[in-house]
Design a protein around this ligand. Sequence first.
Ligand code: CTP
Ligand code: ZN
Length: 158
Amino acid sequence: MSKTVAVKELYVKKIRNGTVIDHISAGHALDVVKILGIGRGEGDIVSVAMNVPSKTASKKDIVKVENRELKPGEVDKIALIAPGATINIIRDYEVAEKTRVKLPDSIRGIVKCANPACVSNAGEPVEPKFMVERQDPLRLRCFYCSRIMEKPDVLKQF
Ligand code: CTP
Ligand code: ZN
């Protein structure tokens, strides 16, 4: 079979209802699974395809979660870990909504600062806030104490 034909094959079958997170940069599907806490005993049906050929990038990962539509907070988490991913909400086999995730210039409330002395960890009503210095690879700077947080630091919290 020629390579061109293989690209057209469906790697994971279509789902009836749920969420497809597509165009995840190759190798990052499991980070997405981790940050969403999916598959952790809640009975979620999750399919993961890794390193599949893609139209735009050379390879991509895909995560499909059946019978569950992601909440806005979960979409923001995906933006941290997989900038450029596409979130497709599937209803009755059709793509009902398609959103390309985008990381804003600053993020609040999702990630905690790793510096124990940071004012955002002092038990005060100060919501953690970070400036996004770089999207990929991720680099965040705490608005209060300037602590740099990178992707592994963020993943540790989920
Ligand atoms: N998909 C699915 N189940 C469905 C419908 C779609 O798993 N019932 C998946 C497709 O396999 C694809 C993603 O959802 O990975 C988006 O579907 P679609 O918009 O039809 O594909 P494309 O046009 O290739 O998407 P894009 O333009 O975002 O690349
Ligand atoms: Zn801080």
